[in-house]
Design a protein around this ligand. Structure first.
Ligand code: FAD
Ligand code: SF4
Ligand code: SF4
Length: 479
């Protein structure tokens, strides 16, 4: 055990080992090995215990990072886990998939010159160990309040809010249109970043805590929002954003050009043992094909790396900006490159070529211009010849917008922003409908799991405050 902190001067950063490329290209298992207790203690001891910990300032959950690092370095793992779980409902998930280079680790003060503390890997180690040691216990309420809350959407925002509300004594029912709970944790993010058992372990814990799941129920189709409001004292909408952005290029309707989420959902379902017709027919299977993925975010990175594992003949990623301006995590880009993905920077599709189905992408070169109002460099076509990339499968990963929720839920009184996300009161998380709250991507637009957790916690607090006030008002009226 290291005898003190601040070891960063003599102890180099040592992230968890990655499995060899040839091995990980051949399966869908997670690519990072786990720290053993000695590695976790040594890496944690590199922390300089900052008075103003910028790591925590830049963690959306405000995790008490220096304190749980110190406890880890001292081998007091159960206490360290307890502290980390106090601010984060799913630390083992964040430890795996947060873009730490943009959040906690990217702001670690020793990053300049010494490379950051491996915060995410320690966080993951602590909770995985806690599960193995039986330290993770269901959070059961001290008393039942006799009020129920309905949550629409079993993604990280809905699951977090449900757990927080259940712990406060509310009866909670989660409704989801899918057959499994987890939202994008199950059907979006691939196994090699987050194995499904990790998510299912959490869902099982929520069930033990008394949260009820109603799966295969689509609100707006099988059940109206009005009916939900009659059933429950409050309702939380945590439905995420799913409308894929599209391309207007000629030929974009050709067979063989598919939306990213269709492709990833099929791959995840196959991994879970489901029969998927469009995969079996070859439509959503990259095996033996030349694959071109269009886009530069996390979704695009997940698609290229899934295609590699499915045995694609080649995988290219077309992105209109350059590496430095890519929205996806730099760590994931590096992983994709190691696994054999070719990046075609500063390029965009001009047309899709083929008769019966897509045969090639005609690309055009792009160039970066001056920063726009958002501070991001603008991008436009460059004066350069077009090029051709043969492709039997093209995956469009251009991001997501919210669906028209007021229309889908037949509630025109739900107010939306000009981006189509739900408008909420910034403190209470209540929408324009009394007693109806919202959290996660449907409020922020496509974002991150850690922000969905943050919103789920805040929305639960907002719902609790609202129901307490309602109960108090009823009591006063009855006097
Ligand atoms: P979701 O996870 O989308 O869950 C919403 C749930 O609501 C779904 O289960 C859906 O079925 C359900 N639902 C929707 N409408 C209805 C309805 N009418 N009735 C009933 N149920 C309904 N973030 C990271 O931090 N790290 C990553 O590495 C990362 N990778 C990603 C990779 C991909 C491919 C994608 C698409 C996203 C990724 N993200 C990542 C983003 C992250 O997954 C989301 O920000 C997060 O899941 C949002 O959580 P949420 O609970 O708001 O919504
Ligand atoms: Fe870092 Fe994410 Fe963990 Fe916060 S939750 S400490 S940002 S890995
Ligand atoms: Fe430790 Fe880095 Fe956080 Fe400072 S910023 S407390 S060194 S992890």
């Amino acid at each position: 055990m290291p005898d003190r902190m601040l070891q960063f001067v003599s102890l180099p950063q040592q992230p968890p080992d990655k499995r060899p490329v040839a091995e990980r290209r051949a399966d869908f298992a997670e690519i990072y090995r786990r720290f053993d207790p000695s590695e976790a203690a040594h890496q944690a001891s590199r922390c300089s215990q900052c008075g103003v910990p910028f790591c925590a300032v830049h963690c959306p959950l405000g995790n008490d990072i220096p304190d749980w690092l110190k406890l880890t370095a001292e081998g007091r793992l159960e206490e360290a886990y307890g502290l980390s779980a106090a601010t984060n409902n799913f630390p083992e998930i964040c430890g795996r998939i947060c873009p730490q280079d943009r959040l906690c680790e990217g702001n670690c003060v020793i990053e300049k010159g010494y490379e950051s503390v491996t915060i995410g890997a320690v966080e993951r180690f602590l909770t995985d160990t806690a599960f193995e040691q039986g330290w993770v216990k269901p959070r059961r309420p001290a008393r039942e309040r006799g009020l129920s809350v309905g949550v629409v959407g079993a993604g990280p925002a809905g699951l977090t809010a449900a757990e927080e509300l259940r712990a406060r004594g509310y009866a909670v029912t989660i409704y989801d249109r899918h057959d499994r709970a987890g939202g994008l944790l199950i059907y979006g993010i691939p196994n090699f970043k987050l194995e499904k058992e990790i998510v299912q372990r959490r869902v099982a814990l929520l069930e033990e805590e008394g949260v009820r799941f109603r799966l295969n129920v689509e609100v707006g189709r099988d059940l109206t929002l009005a009916e939900l409001r009659r059933r429950h004292a409050a309702v939380l909408l945590a439905t995420g954003v799913y409308k894929p952005r599209d391309l207007a290029a000629p030929g974009s309707g050709l067979p063989g050009i598919v939306p990213a989420l269709d492709y990833l959902i099929a791959a995840n379902r196959v991994g879970l043992g489901d029969a998927v017709c469009d995969f079996d027919s070859g439509l959503l299977d990259a095996r033996g094909k030349r694959v071109v993925v269009i886009g530069g975010g996390d979704t695009a990175m997940d698609c290229v790396r899934t295609a590699v594992r499915q045995g694609a003949r080649s995988v290219s990623c077309l992105y209109r900006r350059d590496r430095a301006n890519m929205p996806g995590s730099a760590r994931e880009v590096a992983n994709a490159e190691e696994e054999g993905v070719a990046f075609v920077w500063l390029s965009a599709p001009k047309a899709f070529l083929g008769a019966e189905r897509v045969r090639a992408v005609q690309g055009m070169r792009m160039r970066l211009g001056l920063p726009d109002a958002s501070g991001r460099q603008s991008v436009g076509p460059a004066d350069a010849p077009a090029f051709r990339l043969p492709a039997e499968l093209v995956i469009k990963a251009l991001g997501f917008d919210p669906e028209d929720l007021p229309h889908r839920l037949a509630e025109q009184a739900l107010t939306v922003t000009r981006w189509g996300t739900l408008k909420i009161h910034h403190r209470s998380f209540m929408t324009s409908l009394p007693g109806v709250f919202a959290a996660g991507d449907i409020v922020r637009g496509a974002s991150l799991v850690v922000w969905a957790i943050r919103d789920g916690r805040d929305a639960a607090a907002g719902i609790h405050a609202f129901l307490e006030a309602e109960t108090a008002a009823v009591a006063v009226a009855a006097e």
